[in-house]
Design a protein around this ligand. Sequence first.
Ligand code: ADQ
Length: 458
Amino acid sequence: MSRLIIVSNRVSVPDNKGAAAAGGLAVALQAALAERGGVWMGWSGKSSGDIEPEPLVLTQDGNITYALTDLTQTDVEEYYQGFANRVLWPICHYRLDLAEYGRKEMASYFRVNRFFAHRLAPLLEPDDTIWVHDYHLIPLAAELREMGFKNRIGFFLHIPWPPADVLFTMPVHEEIMRGLSSYDLLGFQTKYDLENFAGCLKREGMGVENSPGHFSAHGHNFRGGAYSIGIETAAFAAFARKAAAHSVVRKARQSIEGRDLIIGVDRLDYSKGITQRIDAFERFVTNNPAHQRRVTYLQITPKSRSEVPEYEAMQHAVAEQAGRVNGAIGTVDWVPIRYINRSISRPVLAGLYRLAKVGLVTPLRDGMNLVAKEYVAAQDPDNPGVLVLSRFAGAARELKGALLVNPYDVDDTANALARGINMPLEERRERWRGMMDHLLENDVSRWCDVFLADLRAE
Ligand code: ADQ
């Protein structure tokens, strides 16, 4: 079996905290690497200031080599915070209003991809299979092809892919499309993302779809498919079963004092619809006085990308909004919203999901959304909670037992909350069983195996 080379912006180098600390994706990719042997390369997360980064730092763990590089401060600002997070991220989440184009940032994006290709090249062998992850690294295959590499190279996009009218607002959309066309296999989260990609290719005659999922563009034939990412379902369910004994989960249970718990868990990001969700919770309580003082909404939101101004502003906006709602509808003995800005270990998170009667997952746009899947996996089969899920999350294509909502419609989400809180046990069990069976079968290891098998198939 040929070696596997994974390239992603950030790399999960194992630490002594083990699998409980690592997310499902890291665990699955490490397992795929261990099976085949190989390399995981990416950015260390560190800046080298204004001097050229030192050579790659290589760490060996069994048959896996972790290869990390620093980036100059200019590249951190222009490639990572700039083009990746202030152009591609908002565009792919349909937020044209937040995209900030700059020539320097665009140039840095392509320059850093060339830099990655040159740093990776000495580690490559002719029959290695290369799997590139996510929007930071779209041009990487084109750079490697330019250097003469003929390896099979696949790409998986973790975020949504927008339709042509949205993508084409980006000045370098042609170069981005050419970059994608240099891979052998493109993986998207859902068939809608794949359709959007095919539409972008056809719109200006950049390429053709010869048969479903088979494309020709820029002189290269390649395939595209929908590969919905999963979680480590069985392991996550096991965390949740054992979590009741955990002191943090015990304390959380005591503090709810018999109230119904609604849980939201998201990175702090404008795509996650947190402010609309708080509005919906307030509307739910106001419209359903019987639930006043009988429900707690726990929103767990670690800060992310605080160096990007939109995220910094959001941090203040959400905290202020939660405070305002608590002031408006709370009472001396009831704090309706608990808002926590910190990272929680996966076993504890699993236990908190299990305590919650409703999992409230309402992104305005999301590639997949793993929180929705984790919430389902963590439920007690005898007394499962209800998932309220945005129709604009990729997960909505799979989780048919969820109550689907339009997160822009505050009343819709508020009504679904009421329905979820009051849902009879029999219906909850039936909805949950179907989703859980699906998640057990389509877990993250399967996702990984299917993508790699397709990438290796000629
Ligand atoms: P994200 O946008 O980060 O991922 P998501 O899929 O929900 O979104 O994954 C978030 C992960 O972070 C989950 O595993 C969750 O448990 C964890 N997490 C969130 N808050 C946490 C907290 N307070 N403490 C600890 N862990 C926390 C991107 C795309 C998604 C896509 C994934 C995977 O934006 O659409 O589903 O990649 O492809």
